[in-house]
Design a protein around this ligand. Structure first.
Ligand SMILES: [Zn+2]
Length: 120
């Protein structure tokens, strides 16, 4: 089961703008976590505007995020045990991303630990 931190994120999920493969991966992970671990997925971010990117990384940042291209999703992990979060991480990383990056990472960019998932 998949739920959303805010109505904006729910609208983004339903907008049809998200990368199709990413949506498939998150749906698949949602079913996996429901039936194997008994926890729901809560999405905390999908799309990110440039001003939101700058509020995280600074106004002069040249760094662009996959969230700005509808190719990234953040998933809450504080409703899971460490074991469940790591199981979700390894499940998502069964999907190949590319040579230099992974599909999913557990990280904290200053707002608490969460799972970042991406596709292309
Ligand atoms: Zn992210």
């Amino acid at each position: 089961m998949i739920s959303f931190k805010t109505e904006r994120i729910e609208n983004e999920w339903n907008s049809g703008l998200m990368n199709k493969k990413l949506k498939d991966i998150v749906n698949m992970a949602g079913l996996y976590m429901k039936y194997v671990n008994g926890v729901g997925l809560i999405l905390t971010e999908i799309f990110r505007y440039q001003d939101e990117q700058e509020s995280i990384y600074g106004a002069t940042t040249r760094k662009r995020s996959v969230h700005q291209y509808w190719r990234g999703v953040d998933i809450r992990v504080n409703n899971m045990t460490d074991e469940q979060a790591n199981d979700l991480l390894s499940f998502l990383n069964k999907v190949p991303y590319g040579l230099k990056h992974r599909t999913a990472t557990l990280h904290d960019v200053g707002f608490g630990k969460h799972l970042h998932c991406q596709s292309k």
